[in-house]
Design a protein around this ligand. Sequence first.
Ligand SMILES: [Mg+2]
Length: 347
Amino acid sequence: MALFSRASRTGPAPLDGVDVVLADLDGVVYAGAGALPHAVQSLNRAGESRRLGYITNNASRTDASVAGHLSDLGLNVAPEDVITSPQAAMRLLTERIPTGATVLVVGGEGLVVETEKAGFHVTRSAEDDPAAVVQGFAPHVSWTDLAQAAYALATPEEEGGIPWIATNTDWTIPTAGGIAPGNGTLVSAVHTAIGRLATVAGKPETPIFDEAVARFGADSPLFIGDRLDTDILGAARAGMRSAHVLTGVDRPKHVLAAPAESRPTFLLSDLRELHEPYPETRVGRDGAVSVGEASVRVDGPDVTILAEGTRQIDLLRAGAAAIWATGRGIFGFRVPELLYADPFHRP
Ligand SMILES: [Mg+2]
């Protein structure tokens, strides 16, 4: 038997060659109040030899408050290591309106603090003749706030109307009581009233990634996320490699179904695998796609498991690679349930 069998072939670890690690928070570092298994230890280890940054679309908390939460979980985090969507929104605002201008803020403390820090004057009323509207989520945002935004944005931008920046457009947010409407839902309410579209700063748009690259001087960053349609899509748009970790929102079946622009560079069970050699994807002459000891082949509409292997993550990696390579949508396939089995940690 060969000392190194084909089945054991691996490439570099996801962290090899990475100078800055950028991580999403919810579903990657923590779920609810507590840290996810292995997340803190793996990130601290990653931070021994490279810069770590944290990226959040959440507009209601300040960078200092996020850093405090992460420090309580056992990470070494300073406020400047945290990039919030309000900070990315300020990047867009400073390109469009002069410092010292008045900005109508729809949102909470996280957004107000950043708006003032960026040198703008904050108002809550359209009557103050604001130079722009910036909108982010806070639990206390009311119809009155949305109405003020609509009044201020009544003139279309091409007719001389003022800019409208949304921190993010997440449709939902997880709360202790369940799924609740997110900023996207509230931005959409204003859009419905005025017929204008907001410019978006947060994931999956690129300003928040651009802010991170600029702040950390990243040459070869890796972004870690748990949502394909925001984290992974945004990283791809920003030209970054990405790792999707199966401890959050998007599960194996979502991975198999991911559209081309939302496919991660790496698939991870948990963050320990950031440090482990990543198995190569091999394509056999018969079209079989193998990862580790798992092997999958697509025959017309059928996805067939040729070898289950010993690690569910490798079977998922092989299945995803086989399905993605066809260029066809997931709905055209008969997929065995074992391929999207989900023994991974759920928040
Ligand atoms: Mg997340």
